[in-house]
Design a protein around this ligand. Structure first.
Ligand code: HEM
Ligand code: HEM
Length: 193
């Protein structure tokens, strides 16, 4: 029991460090929010490199980051209220991010591994943004299931396993998100459509 608790604490610290890196890139990309919006509206504007899409991705990411306050559950709210906040914010933020990614009509990453070429160096990793979008979907689906079995005695063992899987997938989302932010926001690298 003590070993599990220690592993969980170490993992939470790891997630917090990744979260701090995400926040760093969000601060870096803040000024782009104030670039003059394009005139008129095309559906493509909803995607990451469009003037609306950029803002959607930004807002969605901020919501995901705030939802991670659940990791330390500050005394401000009860544990259950924090959990509900976590669920609603991640679901709503996730939807904004999926629109930003081109879902459902213009999503270019149906095979999440197809456009990732690590042997081409950092820029070969731009396709990781598609994998990140899939991880958002997986995490929302996983979260809904987890919320259902949360606190149910009959599911207690399954919940422990679920918790590890949900947390590990979160770690993958943080890492893929950081790669995406580094390329698209700090280096302003836009993948060819
Ligand atoms: C978990 C969060 C995020 C995911 C899953 C994600 C996913 C994606 C995907 C799949 C695309 C490609 C869309 C297309 O095919 O045109 C994209 C593009 C883009 N995203 Fe994000 N995004 C996230 C967060 C953000 C944030 C927070 C920002 C800005 C601060 C951002 C900035 C951009 C930019 C500038 C592009 C255009 C670059 C390109 O098309 O290669 N993204 N994003
Ligand atoms: C991008 C989406 C999501 C991310 C990155 C994420 C991340 C996390 C993380 C890191 C934890 C572990 C917290 C801890 O160890 O204290 C967690 C726990 C949890 N999440 Fe999520 N989550 C997401 C979506 C959701 C959604 C949509 C729901 C519900 C509908 C949800 C329900 C839960 C539940 C029930 C727990 C366990 C709470 C506990 O053990 O006290 N998650 N989530």
């Amino acid at each position: 029991m003590e070993g599990r608790l220690r592993r969980l604490t170490v993992y939470r610290i790891f997630l917090l460090i990744l979260l701090a890196v995400v926040v760093y890139f969000l601060v870096d990309g803040f000024e782009l929010l104030f670039e003059t919006p394009g005139s008129g509206f095309r559906l493509h504007d909803l995607k990451g490199d469009g003037w609306i899409g950029y803002r959607l991705g930004y807002a969605g990411a901020v919501m995901l980051v705030v939802a991670q306050a659940y990791l330390f559950r500050p005394g401000l709210l009860t544990k259950l209220t924090w959990l509900e906040t976590h669920c609603y914010l991640t679901t709503a933020g996730g939807i904004l991010i999926l629109v930003h990614s081109g879902f459902p009509f213009s999503f270019g990453y149906w095979n999440p591994f197809e456009r990732i070429y690590p042997w081409l160096g950092l820029y070969g990793l731009v396709g990781v943004q598609g994998l990140a979008a899939w991880l958002v979907i997986v995490l929302i689906a996983s979260g809904i299931f987890g919320r259902y079995i949360y606190g149910r005695v009959r599911w207690a063992r399954a919940f422990k396993r679920w918790h590890s899987v949900h947390s590990i997938f979160s770690g993958f989302l943080y890492v893929t998100g950081i790669i995406h932010l580094l390329l698209a926001v700090s280096l302003r690298y836009v993948a060819a459509a």
